[in-house]
Design a protein around this ligand. Structure first.
Ligand code: HEM
Length: 344
């Protein structure tokens, strides 16, 4: 059993304990962190998606737009995933085969990011020759996400976004850009975080090695325990009552998703990674009006990568701790240095 102190050492960015809804005068926003409050907010038609702050605090109140759907075609990812799963699995094994035991490596740099980039290229039908260019744009976006109030990095990220818009322009709808960034930027954030958690809990790794059939459930537990989205932003588009509190039209709300996913009122031993637990209802992919349209891709990729990792003739052991980055919405390991120790 991990103690709270070990937990904080392992996860320097562990979420704050859930607390009843309150108004934070510094953030100028309502803070929601219990499971019930965050879930209710995600499902409320009176709350619209809002942008994270740019200057360290949320904008003054403005009138909010009605809640609306992204228009992303959810069938698209399933159609795309059908032909791509086998190649992606093959790629994972190929990349991991090149890593040998007794070596110290950064799993993020040597496997997670290149593999996700390849998967994103495949899914968007982009030639591998564009990989290095697109990877450098993703790097610019990640750097700015990690330091959201740095004006230089923000300008570079804006430029990267324009270049990505131009690159995927031929497909007009912008869907390919969302798909590309979801797979090349958000999935690596999650995989790094999930694997950091798994490697810090060797009993859970062993459990999965012995029972690979538990992978589907384990992926859900990775999402609950180590999902990369720590906060979502909302603005009230009407006066509403949320858990007995009156929220005025135009008010901003911060939804602490990772705290909600560790709410002990909802999940027993919430601060423990337990790949066998009943994890239904976690909020890592929202589950509300704006439910993640890439959910099945996330699940398939995480299962493929983790299964491939566990099949290797070596066991990765974390050395040097984990190098965490944290933005306004996401947190992720920018590095995951491990020693590959022979398994047999
Ligand atoms: C582990 C990786 C991912 C996580 C944790 C994640 C999480 C989320 C969350 C929490 C939301 C809700 C946002 C909100 O309510 O404001 C969301 C929305 C969305 N996600 Fe993901 N996502 C991931 C990967 C992807 C991928 C790979 C794609 C593309 C295929 C994708 C496409 C989308 C889209 C289009 C939306 C907007 C839905 C809407 O506004 O109606 N995501 N995602």
């Amino acid at each position: 059993m991990t103690t709270d102190i070990e937990l904080l050492e392992n996860f320097p960015l562990a979420p704050a304990a859930p607390a009843p809804l309150y108004f934070n005068t510094v953030e100028r926003a309502w803070i929601l962190s219990t499971y019930d409050d965050v879930r209710a907010a995600l499902r409320s038609p009176f709350l619209s998606q809002a942008r994270p702050p740019r200057q360290g605090r949320l904008k003054e109140r403005t009138s909010a737009q009605p809640a609306k759907h992204s228009g992303f075609d959810s069938g698209f990812e399933l159609r795309a995933a059908a032909g791509w799963e086998i190649k992606t699995k093959y790629d994972a094994r190929l990349l991991l085969k090149d890593l040998h035991d007794s070596r110290e490596i950064d799993l993020v740099k040597e496997f997670i990011r290149p593999w996700c980039l390849r998967a994103a290229l495949l899914l968007t039908g982009t030639g591998p020759e564009h990989g290095p260019y697109l990877a450098s744009l993703v790097d610019d976006l990640c750097e700015s996400d990690a330091q959201p109030f740095d004006p230089f990095l923000r300008t570079r990220a804006q430029e990267a976004n324009l270049q990505l818009d131009a690159f995927f322009h031929a497909q007009a709808t912008g869907l390919l850009k969302s798909l590309f960034l979801g797979v090349a930027q958000t999935v690596p954030a999650f995989l790094g975080s999930a694997w950091a958690a798994l490697l810090q809990n060797p009993d859970q790794r062993t459990e999965l090695q012995i029972h690979p059939e538990r992978m589907t459930n384990a992926v859900e537990e990775f999402l609950r325990y180590a999902g990369p989205v720590h906060t979502l932003f909302r603005q009230a588009n009407a006066d509403l009552d949320l858990s007995g509190t009156n929220i005025a039209c135009g008010d901003m709300l911060l939804l602490r998703v990772s705290s909600a996913n560790r709410d002990p009122q909802r999940f027993d031993d919430a601060n423990q990674l337990t790949v066998t637990r009943d994890v239904r209802g976690h909020l890592a992919l929202s589950g509300g009006l704006h439910h993640c349209r890439g959910a099945s891709i996330v699940r398939v990729m995480t299962a493929i990568a983790t299964q491939s990792l566990l099949e290797q003739p070596w066991i990765p052991e974390i050395c040097d701790g984990v190098g965490w980055s944290c933005g306004t919405m996401l947190m992720w390991p920018s590095s995951l240095r491990v020693l590959l120790r022979a398994a047999y």
